[in-house]
Write a protein that binds this ligand. Structure first.
Ligand code: CP
Ligand code: NVA
Length: 298
């Protein structure tokens, strides 16, 4: 049976660690210059309804390093769901390529692609989840802290797709999750109902107090640009800055999925400071995409 990765909930704990192990090996091969053309002659179709730097470049580069090929389909190229149905697009792509990655607005689009395609489908971000990002982030935390056991992640900001994927992962893995957001911007209730590990607070100082990892994301996600000005005021107390970090314990690490809106959710001094691992994290998008693709096509 084909496997999909439309949500963190598509995986179990063992499968997540299988992908981490694969990713570690692929990263080591890449660093040592050892050829690892495991997906020779395979083709990945990449469907984008939204912009991207990291997701697009890391999937495409990853596929090249694995000996395969990636095709970038920009929003206007196939106009999925409008020029033709999601289901027909999936059935066509299934006849030509080996794997689909889709960055879309509605989660249902990724689910419908997965239902109609006979090849694996990867969620490259939707309005509900960003599962590839969270796999990358947890892999990065294990690299830095050796394990997720006893790790507390503080997510400060909008209860968005990235936050939801952290919540999903907290239901399966060993870490604790403190989430601080303004009232009215809480994450998805159905996701929260599936974990006992996520603790919500409206006080960012409380959330960072015992955190090993302090994480943030943009306040207005792609597609929500019209709310950006209003959110700047509401979210101001949730900015990751030196003042907030006075409440943190020593040895915290700063993470951000990027792109960052410097001066909004995070200050320059924090994102460029000694505790920031954001570019190690960004690098790992490349390695984790390779792990995910190899695992799905195994
Ligand atoms: N973090 C992330 O997914 O970046 P892009 O939006 O640039 O792909
Ligand atoms: N929450 C952000 C993540 C970007 C990688 C968005 O959806 O725009």
């Amino acid at each position: 049976m084909k496997r999909d990765f439309t949500s963190i909930f598509d995986l179990g704990k063992q499968e997540i660690y299988e992908i981490f192990d694969l990713t570690k090996k692929l990263k080591e091969s890449q660093k040592k210059g050892i050829k690892h053309k495991i997906l020779k002659d395979k083709t990945l179709a990449m469907i984008f309804e939204k912009p991207s730097l990291r997701t697009r470049v890391t999937f495409e580069t990853g596929m090249t390093q694995l000996g395969g090929h990636a095709i970038y389909l920009a929003p206007a190229d196939i106009n999925i769901g409008k020029r033709e149905s999601v289901s027909d697009a999936a059935k066509n792509l299934s006849r030509w390529v080996d794997l689909i990655m889709a960055r879309v607005f509605a989660h249902k689009t990724v689910e419908d692609l997965a239902k109609s395609a006979v090849i694996p489908v990867i969620n490259g971000l939707c309005d509900i989840e960003h599962p590839c990002q969270i796999m990358c982030d947890l892999f990065t935390i294990i690299e830095k802290k050796e394990s997720l056991e006893k790790i507390t992640i503080a997510y400060i900001g909008d209860g968005n797709n990235v936050c939801n994927s952290f919540i999903a992962a907290s239901a399966l893995l060993e870490f604790n999750l403190n989430i601080a957001m303004p009232r009215g911007y809480e994450p998805n209730k159905d996701y929260l109902a599936k974990t006992k590990k996520a603790i919500l607070t409206y006080d960012p100082k409380q959330a960072v107090k015992d955190a090993d990892i302090i994480y943030t994301d943009v306040w207005a996600s792609m597609g929500q640009e019209q709310s950006a000005e209003k959110k700047k005021k509401i979210f101001k107390p949730y900015q990751i800055n030196s003042e907030l970090l006075k409440s943190a314990q020593k040895d915290y690490l700063i993470m951000h999925c990027l792109p960052a809106h410097r001066g909004e959710e995070i200050t320059d001094e924090v994102i460029d400071g000694p505790n920031s691992i954001v570019f190690d994290q960004a690098e790992n998008r490349l390695h984790i995409q390779k792990g995910i693709m190899v695992w799905l096509l195994k």
